[in-house]
Design a binder for this molecule. Structure first.
Ligand code: PLP
Length: 453
């Protein structure tokens, strides 16, 4: 059987129309990848404009990563971290993360994915408030279009209907507010500052309506990725922060996409002026060579949690693979490569090129509503009629057609949910010519499916 046949018959795919996949199987089967190029089973080559899922930041099959994994697997492939057990690579990585963090942080809790890390954050917030004698202070506010994962808790934090439908989510303690999405949420004529103030006031109103004694935390990506690549107004996080401080509500920064250079600065919180109490990182921490996530915990929360030992005994949370030595070794080498090769700066410089290429390539496309992004993350949003901002009748079909046609042009991109948005988030090691080729492939694809209003 071919790989495609095996896949079609046996693999239960995430985020896939199951009935269609059962008929058609995978559009391509990737067997190899180097740098920004992936190769399918027929030997066809594609430029990966998404670095996998916003994560292979140093590019595919980096020889130093292969060496580092081999070295670690040959010495200590695994040992657990339960009951105070220590291993070297996670200890060194935790120290490094604390030193790198954009705001002072106290401790690092390791997990395996962005989803489980955000679940951990919620549990930390609840544990913290229980210890403080505030058992009612448990609600977590997120934003529509925010993406925080898919587990029972984090799937509800994610503000996208297709992650809730059929799963009885969100859980009852989760609330959502509007995102800082200028295209759809900003009043016509309002300035960025007015828009930010309006959204902060809405958060304030929600907290008051719910009762400040019941609201524990606000979770936000510095720049929203999967929900549409939404860059907030400059004053948005400072305004939000004032509201959170006023009601003693913790800020969880979800840096799963933004962390480790995607925006051309080390962390998204720095880029947007956020001051998180808790930070979630994953993806770019290992450039996805091995699954790893981490919760960075500030002293405000840690100092309370550590006192919980006398009340609850051992902290009753953790994974078999928490502080996995192989994942930590991958992270250390990945961070070494990023630092040594100046890849954060490079992501910023390539981003400047990507945005200018996108602006010129898509300026006169009849369906482009907005071209946006920052650093090495960008999106083009399409609508039926940009002048009247009328979406397509069947939202998502146009962008799906663009990604299919892009694939035929040798470029892998992604159609984001809840709109007709096509995204770009290539590896930091992509060459300038490859950036131009990615944009060109998607532009030709979008031309071929253009719809005149
Ligand atoms: N948070 C953000 C900002 C993400 O983009 C993602 C995944 O795309 C997650 C959390 C969930 O991470 P994972 O898919 O590793 O569970």
């Amino acid at each position: 059987m071919s790989i495609a046949d095996l896949d079609r018959d046996y693999v239960f795919h995430p985020f896939t129309v199951l009935a269609t996949h059962q008929q058609s199987g995978p559009p391509i089967s990737i067997v190899e990848a180097h740098g920004s190029t992936v190769v399918d089973a027929d030997g066809r080559r594609y430029l990966d404009a998404m670095a996998g899922l916003w994560c292979v930041n140093i590019g595919y099959s980096h020889p130093e990563m292969a060496d580092a994994l081999h070295r670690q697997a040959s010495k200590l492939p695994y040992f657990h971290a339960f009951s105070s057990m220590g291993t070297e690579a996670p200890a060194r990585l935790a120290e490094r993360l604390i030193q790198m963090a954009p705001v002072p942080m106290a401790k690092v809790f390791f997990g395996n994915s962005g989803s489980d890390a955000n679940d951990t954050q919620a549990k930390l917030v609840w544990y913290y408030n229980n210890l403080l004698g505030r058992p009612e202070k448990k609600k977590i506010i997120s934003r529509h279009r925010g993406y925080h994962g898919v587990t029972v808790l984090s799937g509800g934090l994610t503000g996208l209907a297709n992650l809730h439908d059929g799963f009885d989510l969100p859980l009852p303690m989760i609330r959502h507010v509007r995102p800082p999405h200028r295209l759809w949420e900003r009043e016509p004529g309002a300035t960025d500052e007015e828009f930010a103030r309006t959204l902060a006031q809405e958060l304030d109103d929600l907290i008051v309506a719910e009762g400040p004694d019941t609201v524990a935390a606000f979770i936000a990506e510095p720049v929203m990725a999967a929900g549409g690549v939404i860059v907030p107004p400059e004053t948005y996080f400072p305004e939000i922060q004032k509201v959170l401080d006023k009601y003693d509500v913790l800020l969880i920064a979800d840096e799963v996409v933004c962390g480790f250079g995607r925006l051309g600065v080390e962390f998204g919180s720095t880029a947007v002026g956020a001051r998180p109490d808790l930070m979630t990182v994953a993806k770019g921490i290992t450039s996805a060579y091995v699954p790893l996530s981490a919760c960075l915990v500030g002293s405000k929360v840690w100092d309370v949690i550590v006192e919980g030992s006398s009340r609850y005994g051992a902290f009753g949370h953790g994974y078999t693979y928490s502080a996995h030595p192989l994942a930590a070794a991958a992270a250390m080498t990945n961070l070494d490569i990023i630092e040594r090769d100046g890849l954060v700066q490079r992501a910023g410089d390539l981003g400047t090129l990507l945005h200018s290429e996108l602006r010129s390539a898509f300026a006169d496309h009849p369906n482009v509503a907005e071209i946006r992004g920052t650093g090495l993350v960008a999106a083009v949003e399409f609508v039926k009629d940009p002048a009247s901002r009328t979406p397509f009748d069947a939202v998502g079909q146009f962008s799906a057609a663009v990604t299919r046609a892009s694939l035929e042009n040798g470029v892998v991109t992604r159609a984001l949910p809840a709109a007709d948005t096509v995204s770009f988030s290539p590896p930091f090691t992509t060459t300038e010519d490859e950036i131009r080729a990615m944009v060109d492939g998607v532009r030709r694809a979008a031309e071929s499916v253009a719809v005149k209003a």
